[in-house]
Ligand binder design. Sequence first.
Ligand code: GTR
Length: 382
Amino acid sequence: ILPFFPFLAAKAQNYDESKVPSYVLPDALKMVSGKKVRNQKTWETKRRPEILKLFEDNIYGQMPTAYDSVRRMIVSDDGAAMGGKAILKQVLIEIFRNQKSVKINLVLFVPSKAAAPSPVFLLINNRGKDNTDPTRIKKSEFWPAEMLIDSGFAIATFHVDDLAPDNKDTYMNGVLQLYPEQLKMDNGMKAIGAWAWGANRVMDYFEKDKDLDAKKVIIVGHSRGGKASLWAAAQDQRFAACVTNCSGNSGAALARRQFGERISRINTSFPHWFNNNYKKFNDKENLLPVDQHMLIALVAPRPIYATNASKDLWADPKGTFLALKNAESTYALYGLHPDLPASPPGINEPYIIPPIAYHIRDGEHNMTAYDWANFIRFARSF
Ligand code: GTR
């Protein structure tokens, strides 16, 4: 049947594996100069910074780190949370630059009977604040705080709106007020970068909190939050591990497969997520000097866990798995030899062998108790 609007058909998103074009991925271990990276030192001093810059310039924008001062206020400290199992700390982190400030409202539960500083999961919350209710009157599988506490982990979260409202007209009313120069640059930070920036500032706080083991902080994000969790972990090597849940296009999935959501589509629906330069790659994935396996490579040698859901083809499960697979060579520079199977494991058959873990959960685009139970297994495995 001939489509009535052929131009629309051309833009339709592909869900047919046989229509995935053939593609060649850029080699994470080949310098722009053409030289091959053969050891950790060249990776860390030359190639890693080169790739980081390519992602900054072409996709996520810069990550400014300088600020004038920071004020941290414990707004509440409740030792009787969750029936005495946890200490609830609500911390207001206010960061100042050029007479402007941004406020991050951190919610943190710490196991109250821990013998040693607790490892932490930090969620970048891109959904309703009801999901992370500090009173625990409302409970959500998206952030099952009790499950984490019962398993001996501290659990923390902040909301993306504190850093950059998730809206094309208002995203600049947050971190970008501190860095207005970013708005003028084609490789300037936008919303996803601002959310990742927030995670890094929370990490600054974790380093000061004696109840926490800042060497074991696992950054978690779902979908757009999962794009930000990956970018935060790539930028900030203090994160011990990264969980990127159903992060799809411009997250953990390979762009060149052109399967499900594509760059042209994401840039049209969410023009405020990525930098201006990224728009040049609309329908031109093959011109990108990177692909998303290289973002995963930036997390190496730290453990990473990517997930998908069986009904969420939009996020390209196979493309996510292949991105992990193609990051293996970077882990090998550290003497780590992840050996993922050649094709994705079956539905609800998690592959949790660090440093690279993966699963496809049965169901919809979401983050659930099933996913979290596996993140806990993952965190216990390294
Ligand atoms: C979709 C978007 C995805 C993903 C998702 C989400 O509309 O196309 O890239 O970010 O939203 O955040 O749930």
